[in-house]
Design a protein around this ligand. Structure first.
Ligand code: HEM
Length: 307
């Protein structure tokens, strides 16, 4: 690598030297050609051996874009829908049900995923075929988000930009937490759905709960951990101030009118219904480079909607 760099610097020096005799014309063409080749095989800032990344997570895709390294991405999973340009990349399936053939067809030299990535057999096959697979933890929270950004920055050789993003998020999140727009913590119930047969609520230690707490509010659910199916009994204790859904969840349930027909919610008289707020799925649960804007949006929406 140092030799390539030295050669490259030398070529650049020669190219920019206006005093080179005309007889060096061929040399100049040759230099330009080599320089062009080097540019095309070593993306600026990327580690030499990482040229084709497949990302298996919307959060990681977002981080790669925020680091300005999107030129290394050759494919993503279907949760990678932000930023808009990511939709133009080939898709390899949903992060939990990935297509081995889809990934292989993109000839990646690095597959980046989180603990959500699966099925495990697909990841094992990739490793056995000699493809580098890096799995990041998907723990929700401020520190784990910052760690993820740093690790990806190191993996793709963009540590400086990564540090700038880390500093920004850290500063903004601390400020948002110091200035919560309420005195008494509002109680927020998060409902998540992918259709009538999959309606869950966010218990402790979930991404939903972590966002509610980072925003300085309180998770309505304190009795259990993880996402658990919605049952009418869950709603029997003291009243909640706000119901939080992701955009896709509300859509999957058929909108607000249908939501109030769900078992348990049905029993709440119209005058006593808490307000429903929604946020984009990836923004709310992604724990990525937009963590600070996500928290700001969540605080504003909770504040506006608490009765
Ligand atoms: C960052 C947060 C998330 C995003 C952006 C996201 C996005 C998506 C998308 C785009 C799909 C459609 C997949 C496709 O048609 O290819 C999907 C399906 C699904 N998601 Fe998520 N999701 C997120 C978190 C979750 C969580 C926390 C759960 C479980 C509690 C979950 C459970 C499911 C299930 C069960 C499906 C249906 C899978 C299938 O049809 O194979 N998702 N999600």
């Amino acid at each position: 690598m140092p030799f390539i760099l030295y050669g490259y610097m030398h070529i650049l020096k020669m190219r920019s030297n206006p005093f080179l005799p005309l007889g060096n014309f061929n040399y100049r063409c040759y230099s330009l050609l080599i320089a062009g080749l080097l540019f095309s095989i070593i993306p600026l800032g990327a580690k030499e051996n990482t040229k084709r990344i497949v990302s298996l997570s919307g959060s990681l895709t977002e981080i790669i874009y925020s680091l300005g390294a999107q030129n290394l991405l050759v494919g993503t999973d279907t949760t990678s829908y932000f930023p808009e340009q990511a939709n133009q990349l080939p898709k390899v399936g949903y992060q939990r049900s990935l297509s081995l053939e889809g990934i292989l067809s993109l000839k990646p030299d690095l597959v980046l995923g989180t603990e959500e990535a699966g099925p495990p057999e697909t990841l094992d096959r990739l490793k056995k075929l000699g493809i580098k697979v890096l799995i990041h933890d998907s723990k929700p929270g401020l520190q784990s988000t910052l760690d993820r950004i740093q690790l990806i920055g190191e993996t793709i050789g963009e540590t400086k930009v990564a540090q700038e993003i880390i500093d920004r998020i850290h500063k903004n999140v601390i400020t948002l937490q110091k200035n919560t727009p309420w005195k008494i913590k509002p109680k927020v119930l998060m409902v998540f759905s992918r259709g009538r047969n999959m309606i869950v609520v966010a218990g402790k230690e979930t991404s939903g709960s972590a966002m509610i707490e980072l925003a300085g509010a309180e998770n309505y659910i304190s009795e259990f951990s993880g996402f658990k199916p919605l049952t009418p009994e869950i709603l029997l204790k003291n009243k909640m101030d706000v119901i939080l859904l992701t955009d896709m969840s509300l859509k999957a349930l058929g909108g607000k009118k249908e939501f109030w027909k769900l078992p348990g919610f049905q029993a709440i008289p119209e005058s006593k219904r808490p307000n429903i707020i929604t946020m984009d799925d990836l923004l709310l649960l992604g724990f990525s480079s937009r963590l600070d804007s996500a928290l700001e949006e969540l605080q504003i929406k909770i504040k506006k909607s608490s009765k």
